[in-house]
Write a protein that binds this ligand. Structure first.
Ligand code: SF4
Ligand code: SF3
Length: 548
C-alpha cells in the first residue's frame, strides 16, 4: 500500500484508495497532503494553547484554513506547492512558539510530535510523509470519528476561506478548527467525547455557512430568481469554475470592455443569481454541467478555464495548456494566478490575454435554466408556498442538495427526480442539481418544481427555509415538516453540510449513492440509531418510504 485515502465518496471499492486516487491523486501527492494535515495539527495544538491563554494570531488562523482547504478532494494536485505549504507551516509554527514565549504563555514539554518535527531536507519530508497517514490510529472507531471530524473541519475551512476573502471572519470558528484538529491527536479522548466533537463540528458548520451567507449577500446582494442562458455567443471567453465569488467579481471587472465574455461552469453557476454580477453584459451565462463533465466540456469551450477551488479532474492533452488555478486550487503545469496583495485585486490579465487568442465557445446546449431560490427569495414567496402546502397542492418537499460525481449509480437521482409525484418540489443546492435541473419538471401554481438555492454552502438557505416554515406552521420539531432529505455527497464540504443538518436536529436523512467508506460499522450504527441516517436503494423503493 503506497497511500491511503478514503475521504470522498468515490474512494476505491468504497473502502480506500491505496495505490492511486480514483480522483487522479498520485501516491506521492496523497502522502504530502497527509504531511500537510500533520503539520497543521501541530500548529493547531499550539494555537489552541495560545487561545486558551488569550492570544491568537491571524497568520496562524489563515494558514490552518488554507492548508486544510488545499487537501480537499480535487482542489490541489500540485506536489511542489503542497511541499512549500508544509515548509511555510513549520515556519509559522516556530514563529507562533516565539510569540507565545514573548507573551509568557507556557508550552507544555510533552506534546504531539507534530509540534516539534522539523525536516532536515526534502528527502526527509518525503520520508516523513509516508509515515503520517490516517491508518496510524489502530482502533477503527476512533479513526473513523477522528476522520469524520477532520473532514467536517476541512469543509468548514473551505467556507471560512470564502467568507474571509470578503472580509468576514468568526474567531470562534477559527478557534474551533484548531481545537478540533488538536483533539484528533489526543489519545485520551473516548468514543463518547469524540461523538460530542462531531456534533460540535456540526454547530460550527452552521455558523460558518451563516457567516458565508452574510458575506455573500451583504457584498453581492440577495440571489434572485434568474433565467440563466446556457447557450453561447460569438466572442472569445473565459470559463470560471469553483466556488469563490471574490474571484468572480474581480474577473468580471477586469474583463469588462475587453471583448472577452465570461461563463460559469459547475458550482459557479449560482453567481448568475447575484444582482452585483448580473449587471455585467459580458457575463453570458453557464456553460456545461457539473465538474466531472469538464473533460469534454473544456475541450469544446475553446477558451481558458479558471479554477477558483475544487473540483479539478486531471486534464486531457487537448485543453491542458489553457487551464489556470488560483487560491487553494492547484495542478502541476497549470499557471497559478497569485494571491491578492494587500488592498489590491488579483491580476487576471494573463488569462484575459490568453482568451483573446482563442476561438469562441462551441455551442453544446441552447435555452435557459432557472435558479436563485435562496432564503431571501423563497421567503418573499412564503405566502404562496404556505398556501400551496395548506391547500395540498404541494404534498412534500425533497431536499436533494449535495454533490454530483462520476459514478453511474448517480443516475438514481435523475430517475428519482423524474419519478417524484407532480405535487412535490425539489429543494436543491450544490452540484447535485445537474442530475435533474434540465428536466422539464414543470411548476405548481407558478412555483417551479426544482428550486435551486445555489452552491453547496447555500444548503444553509435550505435550513433557514425549513426553520422559517417550522415557525409559520407552529411546529415544535423540524422533522414534523413535510420535508424529506435525499442527499448526494462526494467531498468534504458535503460532510460539513451533513453534520450541520444533524446538529440542527434533522432526522432520517438518506445519503447516497453510497455511505462514506470512513464510517466504521459502529459509527454507522450510531448514525442509524440516533439520527435515522439511511442509504439509498432504488428510486421506486425509496419513494415508497419517503411518501409513506
Ligand atoms: Fe480516493 Fe477520494 Fe482520496 Fe481521491 S480524494 S484519493 S478518490 S478517497
Ligand atoms: Fe460539487 Fe466538487 Fe461537492 Fe460544492 S464542485 S458541491 S462536488
Amino acid at each position: 500500500m503506497s497511500m491511503f485515502c478514503y475521504q470522498c465518496q468515490e474512494t476505491a471499492k468504497g473502502t480506500g484508495c491505496t495505490v492511486r486516487g480514483v480522483c487522479g491523486k498520485t501516491d506521492d501527492v496523497a502522502q504530502m497532503q497527509d504531511l500537510l494535515v500533520y503539520v497543521t495539527k501541530g500548529i493547531s495544538i499550539l494555537g489552541t494553547i495560545a487561545r486558551e491563554n488569550g492570544y491568537s494570531s491571524s497568520v496562524t488562523d489563515r494558514y490552518v484554513m488554507e492548508a486544510l482547504f488545499t487537501t480537499i478532494t480535487n482542489a490541489n494536485f500540485d506536489k511542489s506547492k503542497i511541499m512549500n505549504k508544509v515548509s511555510e507551516g513549520i515556519e509559522i509554527r516556530e514563529m507562533l512558539k516565539k510569540e507565545m514565549k514573548a507573551k509568557g504563555i507556557p508550552i507544555p514539554g510533552k506534546l504531539h510530535s507534530s509540534t516539534t518535527w522539523t525536516p532536515s531536507s526534502e528527502d526527509d519530508m518525503v520520508k516523513k510523509a509516508s509515515l503520517v497517514g490516517i491508518l496510524g490510529a489502530e482502533n477503527e472507531d476512533i479513526r473513523s470519528l477522528r476522520e469524520l471530524v477532520t473532514y467536517g473541519v476541512k469543509g468548514i475551512a473551505a467556507y471560512a476561506e470564502h467568507a474571509s476573502n470578503l472580509g468576514y471572519e468568526n474567531d470562534a470558528v477559527s478557534g474551533f478548527m484548531q481545537k478540533a484538529l488538536a483533539s484528533v491527536t489526543d489519545d485520551t479522548l473516548t468514543v463518547e467525547q469524540l461523538v460530542g466533537l462531531v456534533m460540535e463540528t456540526g454547530k460550527h458548520g452552521v455558523d460558518v455557512m451563516s457567516l458565508l451567507d452574510k458575506a455573500n449577500t451583504t457584498t453581492y446582494g440577495n440571489p434572485e430568481i434568474t433565467t440563466v442562458n446556457i447557450g453561447v455567443r460569438n466572442n472569445p471567453a473565459i470559463l470560471i469554475s469553483g466556488h469563490d465569488l471574490k474571484d468572480m467579481e474581480e474577473l468580471l471587472r477586469q474583463t469588462e470592455g475587453t471583448g472577452v465574455d465570461v461563463y460559469t461552469h459547475s458550482e459557479m453557476l449560482p453567481a448568475n443569481y447575484y444582482p452585483a454580477f448580473k449587471k455585467y453584459s459580458h457575463f453570458v451565462g453557464n456553460y456545461g454541467n457539473s465538474w466531472w463533465k469538464q473533460t469534454s466540456e473544456f475541450e469544446t469551450f475553446n477558451g481558458p478555464v479558471l479554477f477558483t477551488t475544487n473540483c479539478i479532474v486531471p486534464p486531457k492533452e487537448s485543453y491542458k495548456d489553457r487551464v489556470y488555478t488560483t487560491g487553494s486550487a492547484g495542478f502541476e503545469g497549470f499557471p497559478h494566478i497569485a494571491d491578492r496583495e494587500a488592498g489590491k485585486e488579483k491580476d487576471f490579465s494573463p488569462i484575459i490575454e490568453h482568451a483573446r487568442r482563442c476561438a469562441s465557445p462551441t455551442e453544446i446546449e441552447t435555452g435557459t435554466i432557472t435558479g436563485g431560490f435562496a432564503h431571501n427569495q423563497v421567503l418573499q414567496l412564503a405566502d404562496k408556498v404556505v398556501d400551496a402546502v395548506k391547500s395540498g397542492a404541494i404534498r412534500k418537499f425533497f431536499v436533494m442538495a449535495g454533490c454530483d460525481g462520476r459514478m453511474k449509480s448517480r443516475d438514481y437521482y435523475t430517475e428519482f427526480a423524474r419519478k417524484l409525484p407532480k405535487d412535490t418540489v425539489i429543494l436543491t443546492a450544490g452540484c447535485a442539481k445537474y442530475r435533474y435541473n434540465k428536466l422539464e419538471l414543470g411548476d405548481i401554481n407558478g412555483i417551479p418544481r426544482v428550486l435551486d438555492a445555489g452552491q453547496c454552502n447555500d444548503s444553509y438557505s435550505l435550513a433557514v427555509i425549513a426553520l422559517t416554515l417550522k415557525d409559520v406552521f407552529k411546529l415544535n420539531d423540524i422533522n414534523d415538516l413535510p420535508i424529506a432529505y435525499n442527499i448526494a455527497w462526494y467531498e468534504q464540504k458535503a460532510v460539513i453540510v451533513l453534520l450541520a443538518l444533524l446538529y440542527l436536529g434533522v432526522k432520517n436523512i438518506h445519503l447516497g449513492p453510497t455511505l462514506p467508506g470512513f464510517l466504521s460499522l459502529n459509527l454507522a450504527n450510531v448514525l442509524v440509531n440516533n439520527f435515522g441516517i439511511a442509504g439509498i436503494t432504488t428510486p421506486d423503493e425509496d419513494m415508497k418510504i419517503f411518501l409513506g
